[in-house]
Unconditional design. Structure first.
Length: 103
């Protein structure tokens, strides 16, 4: 069963200055029979209306990711899975919404 993550919140932690755009964090979570799962990462605004993950290798989660054979994924393997998970979410819309609320 696919993990259905819902947006819990997005924060703007740096409003930006003349040399760097705004930045912050976003948090997504799911709840199910097996417990609760959360995924969070930092983001940066590249230019007006365009945001990106600050570091695709730095997604924070309580998920334990395992391969089909039951072995725990390495950090690199897990980063690939988590980055794919993030890219499947409408998180950029939530970040842009949070940025609009700060102006």
């Amino acid at each position: 069963m696919p993990l259905r993550l819902a947006h819990l919140g997005t924060r703007v932690t740096f409003a930006g200055d003349s040399s760097h755009g705004p930045a912050g964090q976003t948090l997504w979570a799911a709840s199910g029979d097996d417990g609760e799962a959360g995924v969070a990462w930092d983001w940066v605004r590249i230019e007006h209306g365009i945001v990106a993950m600050a570091d695709p290798m730095a997604v924070v989660t309580n998920l334990r990711l395992v391969a089909d054979d039951g072995t725990v994924l390495t950090a690199l393997q897990a980063a690939r899975v988590l980055t794919g998970l993030v890219h499947g979410l409408p998180w950029q819309d939530e970040v842009v919404r949070a940025l609009r609320a700060t102006h």
